[in-house]
Ligand binder design. Structure first.
Ligand code: NAD
Ligand code: IPM
Ligand code: MN
Length: 363
């Protein structure tokens, strides 16, 4: 098959880890006889520096004309004092909106080889396999107004939590469809004891659940969910939640089975190309040192192969290669609690590539 992939490396370690995902996809192309055509686009801080905007129109069009998009990360201290419309993060939010990326799938699965790296004891995390379905184009991130105001003569500020019912319906429905193919359980996370938006979310989840008699639905308040994720993560299968709660809880969940640097994601479009991105950020504290973990980006590329291109075998090959490299003991620093010698970003990338091309390791 031939596929056009737009790569948006962004800032900081975004550049280092997307390089890994691209090289791994090239190895997959070589091994399975596909042609992946990569082109590059500008986003985030580097786009601000070059074009004066965090998301040039050319980048948007370029992404719309592709089969899938691979993103690194955006942001960094250099741009933290910019006005809101000139922040790198604004570029990320805009591309999510422009491509209609309504659902962000963030899996957390157990790696036996990394059990010692988790802050939790093995008995709590063994075989954890959960999937966040995070609403990605609504809620507090996009509601208007979002601004400084003067109210009652006081200096004040307003952010707006706005959702259309249909935006809740489409993402919750997807969560049920995915749960049907997994362990048939959806946990809908909200703050219905306080927020009106959550009370509507809960009603919608109840309505949708009637279409899925084989899937169990439970409602859980977000504070309780944060607690249960670290005390009893095995109880979860699919967790569906609004934008901000999903952002926070998925970072928390990522460390259960390893590190933030292991957590991949797929941002699915309703009507065009989807985008694949590690859940971590640009990690300014380690950027440029060749020590970042590239596996979240590489595993995001595996999600691209499976979900955008229908390449099951190829996706499996990438995941198997990652597992085998971990089983063989290769560790970047973030997952290196039990080893003395870490490998660099580029060494890790090379090991995964070599494994994919090794016909004996991966049949
Ligand atoms: P971060 O995710 O960049 O980093 C948090 C911590 O995790 C840091 O200590 C970092 O070194 C570590 N880490 C992250 N990814 C890693 C990897 N692959 N390997 C090893 N260690 C890794 O979050 P932050 O520090 O809060 O944010 C930094 C910048 O990134 C901010 O500007 C923020 O807005 C941005 N950000 C962007 C995205 C994105 O583009 N999708 C996501 C989150 C944060
Ligand atoms: C993520 C990030 C972004 C988000 C930021 C950078 C806007 O944290 O992709 O998880 O909150 O969605
Ligand atoms: Mn986040």
């Amino acid at each position: 098959m031939e596929k056009r992939i737009v790569v948006l490396p962004g800032d900081g370690i975004g550049k280092e880890v997307t390089k890994g995902a691209v090289e791994v996809l090239q190895a997959v192309g070589e091994r399975f006889g596909h042609q992946f055509h990569f082109t590059y686009g500008s986003i985030g801080g580097e786009a601000i520096d070059t074009y004066g905007t965090p998301l040039p129109d050319e980048t948007i069009q370029h992404c719309k004309d592709s089969d899938a998009v691979l993103l690194g990360a955006v942001g960094g201290p250099k741009w933290d004092t910019q006005p809101p419309h000139l922040r790198p993060e604004r570029g990320l939010l805009k591309i999510r909106k422009e491509l209609n990326l309504y659902a962000n799938l963030r899996p957390t699965s157990y790696y036996d080889s990394l059990a010692e790296n988790s802050p939790l004891k093995k008995e709590y995390i063994e075989n954890v396999d959960l999937l966040f379905v995070r609403e990605l184009t609504g809620g507090l991130y996009f509601g208007k107004p979002s601004e400084r105001v003067e109210r009652d003569g006081k200096e004040a500020v307003v952010d707006t939590l706005y959702y259309q019912k249909s935006e809740m319906e489409r993402v919750i429905k997807l969560a049920f469809e995915l749960a049907e193919k997994r362990d048939q359980k959806v946990t809908s996370v909200d703050k219905a004891n306080v927020l009106e938006s959550s009370r509507m979310w809960r009603e919608v989840a109840d309505e949708i659940s009637r279409q899925f008699p084989n899937v169990e639905l439970e409602h859980m308040l977000v504070d309780n969910a944060a607690m249960q994720l670290v005390t009893n993560p095995k109880r979860f299968d699919v967790i569906v939640t609004e934008n901000m709660f999903g952002d926070i809880l998925s970072d928390e969940a990522s460390v259960l089975t390893g590190s933030l640097g292991m957590s991949a994601s797929a941002s699915l479009s309703e009507d065009g190309p989807s985008l694949y991105e590690p859940i971590h950020g640009s990690a300014p504290d380690i950027a440029g040192q060749n020590i970042a973990n590239p596996l979240a980006a590489i595993l995001s590329a595996a999600m691209m192969l499976r979900l955008s291109f229908g390449m099951q075998e190829e996706a499996k090959a990438v995941e198997t290669a990652v597992n085998q490299v971990l089983d063989a003991g290769y560790r970047t620093k973030d997952i290196g609690r039990t080893v003395n010698n870490y490998v660099s970003t580029s060494e890790m990338i090379n090991e995964v590539k070599a494994m994919i091309l090794d016909h004996e390791a991966i049949m």
